[in-house]
Each structure stands twice: as structure tokens, then as C-alpha cells.
Design a binder for this molecule. Structure first.
Ligand code: ADP
Length: 498
């Protein structure tokens, strides 16, 4: 086998080695003998260099007209379209999910590029009447400065694109630290931007681990805002650190998303949705459906069809087009899944499908786990409360729509939710009463589109949104401008004309 390629940090428009002199291996989760690449294990000094480069670049970038900034993003979208297959294959190799999903991940970056490119000719502010005569008032969106970005591994190109593209169109520059398991896809994304003509220093990448390479970004005084996607535990650390220096901080974190299935639902449709929601991305989405809350009249049919379909999924390497579900990302995630399956059994839930690690034959060097379903679940069980981030779903029987909504709302999280019903009244009731950032009707909890706000409530987020309008609100700040052309001193609230 050829020696693994060495990838460098991207700082000030140059590919550079880390000043720590340290590197780490990025392994294929389907076969950990396959080294995807050697990456820089960066530290504070690298972050200092990257922030300095971003700060210098900001002075010019903020003055580039937004439609021109947007043209670069548009071209990056075109380049990503040309390279979609190659980048999807790189992503499957480093992250594990099946090719049709990594193609979707690249597509999400392309969609985001096109949406944000259009935003270059909008970035709408507001012009409003002044309360005083001969005075003009408006609110403009202006850039923030250097934004620090910390990304997870489950959407290795889509999530960085949700952060980088809106920041760029708003006129910000950035330093991004990809997750240690998936740095290559961020590098590929940024390569598209470089080839599209991005000026030096506007986007900088430092690869490495959270405490060493992520924390210095959060704490750097010249970083003016932070965008983080990852676990609620790390989000709390980052939110607290950002608060100390008054940085705006967008946190997108965990979920324990429920699909409600009512008696009147199209059960086959609900089962298809449950399988995709629970086992897409091997259950490693923050929007994964990990709880199926099923009304008693539909319960038996639902669980038997759900278990049957889960058992028929082909688990295998994502690069094999025949695979339905790829491996988990790493040893730690497999351990977590294994632990929760034991917890579920000890809590009295019944294994209806799966429950085991797959590590025989071809799969001995990967992190494979069977699609796993627990039946007879109870809302208060740990498997129904805690985020597992693996291919494990718990089915909970309920009597009524009221009870179902109460259970859907009864966790610390509030990201996504779904209800299957043919009763329009109950659907609207769910839209109104489910305490989550996203609600799907007759579709699973996954499948967000890039132009709608994405995010959640409670331990899922701190009030910001990614995607479309939500992102523009985060990456710009407001400047209110008053132009007085009366040629005399006018005093708001005092010169009332009385
Ligand atoms: P996951 O469980 O999805 O891996 P994490 O929250 O552990 O999510 O990681 C998400 C991102 O946060 C990764 O890029 C990781 O390196 C980074 N990270 C982890 N710990 C810290 C920290 N203390 N400070 C800054 N970033 C961190």
C-alpha cells in the first residue's frame, strides 16, 4: 500500500505544517488498517497564526462588495458539483456513511453555496421612517470580523459549508477546526473555494483535537464570534468560555428526536420513515429518530414491520454500493452503543432487532453494529432519554396523541420531531405543541433543507439557527444609521413637536 498522504493546515493562503511538529492518522472506520491521511495535530501557536491571517484578510474582504464575494461562493458550488463523486468517496472513506449519503452531504454544500451566493445580492436590511422631519433611518447588516468555527464529524462537508459560506457572504473571515475524525472533507471544501478564487487568509484551517486546537480558537481575543456544532457537553464548555469574552456564540448540539405514529397513520410510510430516520448515517445524526412513540392501535403492526425492515438492512463498508448502512465513526462510538444496548436490556426493554457488534470476516477491522430496535420501551428509560448517536431506536407504546406529545417533549433536548397521521387537526396540534426546532408531518426527523432555519431548543441550542436566514442573522451584526439632513439639532424623544 502506498504511504498515506500528509495534509497540512491552511493558513494565510499557504499549506503549512503545525508548529507543534505533531501529526495524527485519520483512519477509515470501515477498515482501520486503511490510513486516509496524516493530518496536523495543531496547537495554540497555529491558531494564533491562523487568527492573525484572518484578521489581516478581514480588512480587505469586508470591503469587497457582497455580490462579488458571493460570486466566489457560486463558483465554489460549481466546482463542488464537478468534484462531487470524488469528494463523496473521500468522505465515505474517512467518515463511513454510505456513498448515497456522502453524495447528499456534498450536495448540501452545493445547495448552501447557491443559496448563499444569491444572498450576496440581498443581505436585506431595513429602511424605516424617522420620528423626526428631514431625517433618514436605516439598519444595515455589517460583518463581524474573524469567526471561529468548530465542526463535528457526522456531516463533514455540509456542516462546515453551513458555517463558512454565510460567513463569507456576510464579509467575515474565519478559522475552522474540523473534527479530528474527518478533516479531509473540510480541506476538500476549502480547496473548492481556493480554486474559485478566494483571497488568501479569508478561510483558514487548523486540524487537530478539541482541547489543543479548538479551545485556543474559542479563547482568542481577536476571534469575534464562535459557531460550534457537536455534543452538549462540549457546547457547554465552549458557551461558557465565549461568554467570558462576550463573543456571540452559536451552539448546535444533541437531540433525542421522536417520531410519533398515531393509529390513523399510513403504517408502511411510517415504517419507511422510521428506518431511514433511525438508521440513516448509522444513527449518527443530531436529528436521528431514536424514539418511536406509537399509539397502541398501531403498535403491533408497526413494531413487526419496523423490526423486519431493520433486519433486512445490509450493513457494510460505505464504498460498497450494496451497503445500506455503514460503520460507526470510531471505537468510542461503538463502545457507547454497546453500553447503551446493555443498559436497555437491564432496564427491561425488549430487543426486537439487532443488538450486536458485527466484527467477523471483512468487518473485523471496522466499527460495525447491527441496526437495533428495543420494544416495550418506557419514556423514562435511559435509552429513551440519553443521546446514543448510534443505530439504536426505542419504541414506546402510548394511549393518545396527548401522551405522545408529552413524551416527545419529555427530554432535555428539542431538535427535531415527526408525526405520522392522516388527521389534519392532530398534525397541526403537534406543530403547535411539540417543543422542538423542527417538526415534520408524515416524514421522518431527518432531511432538513438548507434554506430553512436549522436548530433546536433546550440542551440542543442556545437560540441561534443555522441554514438560510438563521445563518445570515448570526454572521452579520446590525448597524443602525441615522442621517439628519435638517441642518439643525433635532433631539429624538424630546423634540416631539408639541
Ligand atoms: P462528537 O461527540 O460529535 O464528537 P464533540 O462535541 O466531542 O462531538 O466534538 C465536536 C467538535 O468539538 C470537534 O471538532 C472536537 O474536536 C471539538 N472539541 C472537543 N472538545 C473541545 C474543547 N474543549 N474546546 C473546543 N473544541 C472542542
Amino acid at each position: 500500500m502506498a504511504p498515506a498522504k500528509v495534509y497540512k493546515n491552511y493558513i494565510g493562503g499557504e499549506w503549512v505544517e503545525s508548529r507543534t511538529g505533531k501529526t495524527f492518522e485519520n483512519l477509515n472506520p470501515a477498515d482501520n488498517r486503511d490510513v486516509v491521511g496524516i493530518f496536523q495535530a495543531s496547537g495554540k501557536e497555529d491558531v494564533d497564526d491562523a487568527v492573525a491571517a484572518a484578521k489581516t484578510a478581514f480588512e480587505k474582504w469586508r470591503l469587497v462588495p457582497a455580490p462579488k464575494r458571493a460570486e466566489i461562493i457560486f463558483r465554489a458550488g460549481e466546482i463542488l458539483t464537478e468534484r462531487k463523486e470524488d469528494y463523496a468517496r473521500d468522505m465515505t472513506r474517512e467518515m463511513g456513511k454510505v456513498l448515497k449519503e456522502t453524495r447528499g452531504d456534498v450536495q448540501e454544500a452545493i445547495d448552501t453555496a447557491y443559496f448563499m451566493a444569491g444572498e450576496g445580492r440581498r443581505l436585506f436590511g431595513a429602511t424605516v421612517p424617522s420620528e423626526l422631519p428631514n431625517k433618514f433611518a436605516m439598519a444595515l447588516r455589517v460583518p463581524i470580523g474573524v469567526v471561529g468555527m468548530i465542526a463535528p464529524w457526522n456531516f463533514p462537508m455540509a456542516i462546515p459549508s453551513w458555517k463558512i459560506f454565510p460567513a463569507l457572504v456576510c464579509g467575515d473571515t474565519c478559522v475552522i477546526k474540523p473534527a479530528e475524525d474527518t478533516p479531509l472533507s473540510t480541506i476538500n471544501l476549502v480547496r473548492a473555494l481556493i480554486d474559485a478564487g478566494l483571497p488568501k487568509g479569508v478561510v483558514n484551517i487548523v486540524t487537530g483535537f478539541g482541547p489543543e486546537a479548538g479551545s485556543p480558537i474559542v479563547n482568542h481575543p481577536d476571534v469575534r464570534a464562535i459557531s460550534f456544532t457537536g455534543s452538549s457537553e462540549v457546547g457547554r464548555i465552549i458557551g461558557e468560555a465565549a461568554a467570558r469574552t462576550f463573543k456571540p456564540c452559536s451552539l448546535e448540539m444533541g437531540g433525542k428526536n421522536a417520531i410519533i405514529v398515531l393509529d390513523d397513520a399510513n403504517i408502511d410510510l411510517a415504517v419507511d420513515g422510521a428506518v431511514w430516520g433511525a438508521f440513516g448515517t448509522t444513527g449518527q445524526r443530531c436529528t436521528a429518530a431514536s424514539r418511536m412513540v406509537v399509539q397502541k392501535g398501531a403498535y403491533d403492526e408497526f413494531v413487526s414491520k419496523f423490526a423486519q425492515q431493520a433486519k433486512s438492512l445490509k450493513v457494510g463498508a460505505g464504498l460498497d454500493e450494496a451497503s445500506d448502512m455503514g460503520p460507526q465513526i470510531n471505537a468510542q462510538q461503538i463502545e457507547t452503543t454497546t453500553k447503551y444496548v446493555e443498559i436497555g436490556k437491564s432496564e427491561g426493554a425488549k430487543v426486537l432487532a439487532g443488538g450486536n457488534r458485527l466484527n467477523k470476516g471483512d468487518q473485523a477491522h471496522g466499527w460495525f453494529f447491527e441496526p437495533t430496535i428495543f420494544g416495550d420501551g418506557h419514556a423514562k428509560m435511559r435509552i429513551a432519554q440519553e443521546e446514543i448517536f448510534g443505530p439504536v431506536a426505542t419504541v414506546i407504546p402510548v394511549k393518545s396523541v396527548d401522551e405522545a406529545v408529552e413524551i416527545a417533549n419529555g427530554t432535555m433536548y428539542g431538535l427535531s420531531s415527526a408525526i405520522y397521521t392522516r388527521d389534519i387537526n392532530k398534525a397541526f396540534r403537534a406543530i403547535r405543541d411539540i417543543d422542538a426546532g423542527i417538526t415534520y408531518i408524515n416524514a421522518p426527523t431527518i432531511g432538513a433543507e438548507v434554506h430553512l432555519p436549522f436548530g433546536g431548543v433546550k440542551a440542543t441550542g442556545n437560540g441561534h439557527r443555522e441554514g438560510g436566514l438563521g445563518a445570515i442573522d448570526f454572521y452579520c451584526q446590525w448597524k443602525s444609521v441615522y442621517v439628519d439632513y435638517s441642518d439643525k439639532l433635532q433631539r429624538a424623544q424630546i423634540d416631539t413637536g408639541e
